[in-house]
Design a binder for this molecule. Structure first.
Ligand code: PLP
Length: 223
């Protein structure tokens, strides 16, 4: 990449509709680059590992107004930590985890914003609800009063062509509409967290409200 981080952020921000929030995925990115992104105006950062995030969040305490988004698979023994470091959890992927977070949120006196992670197509590499499972679990999820259930998150399986990716994104949007038709008191689906570096433009065309971009901003991650 020949442009600078700041130039890349500016040009992507300028291309986004007002309705779309850019989350800069800073996993495996050091605090210095996060500071640069902050200076370019980013206030939403995504992390996928609790331990890595904890250390960076502590080092960046002086930056005002950051919202931290957890986007990785959350093990239940890290759930409490996740709630103390993150305001948003995009990757709540089972009823059991949601119920545990609900209890912990009450204990901690917080009301996290969450997205429910769905798998529109079968994907052995990912966790999340199938369409049928999430429809079945809505009544129980609605009882999780300490969670602010904001929407759905999805990641298409690897190796799809663009028409299949579009299908996944559109089906996720339709699922939000189906869930809203149930008129549940605690579940008002407004957010569609979908779209990464490779497919964010398709996601926006399908109605994404939050895109999660890593590589296209910060460059290839070291493994
Ligand atoms: C790593 C990650 C991203 C960012 O992926 P890029 O392809 O680097 O943009 C977005 N969402 C989730 C859930 C991720 O784990």
């Amino acid at each position: 990449m020949s442009s600078s981080l700041i130039e890349r952020i500016r040009s992507i921000q300028d291309s986004l509709p007002e309705s779309v929030k850019l989350i800069a995925v800073s996993k495996k990115v050091g605090p210095a680059a996060i500071r640069e992104a902050y200076a370019a105006g980013i206030r939403d950062f995504g992390e996928s590992r609790i331990q890595e995030a904890q250390s960076k969040i502590e080092q960046l305490q002086d930056l005002q107004g950051i919202t931290w988004h957890f986007i990785g698979h959350l093990q239940s023994n890290k759930a409490k930590k996740a709630l103390s470091y993150f305001q948003w959890l995009h990757s709540v992927d089972s009823l059991k985890l949601a119920q545990r977070l609900n209890l912990l949120a009450q204990e901690l006196g917080v009301v996290p914003k969450i997205c429910l992670q769905v798998k529109i197509l079968p994907d052995p590499d990912k966790s999340g609800w199938t369409i049928q499972q999430i429809l079945d679990d809505l009544t129980e999820l609605n009882l999780c009063k300490n969670l602010q259930i904001e929407g759905l998150m999805t990641i298409p399986p690897l190796g799809l062509d663009s028409s299949e990716v579009i299908y996944v994104f559109n089906r996720t949007r339709e699922l939000i509409a189906e869930i809203d038709e149930r008129n549940l008191s605690n579940i008002k689906m407004k957010q569609l967290s979908m779209g990464m570096s490779q497919d964010y433009q398709l996601a926006i065309q399908s109605g994404a409200t939050m895109i999660r971009l890593g590589t296209i901003l910060f460059g290839e991650r070291q493994l």
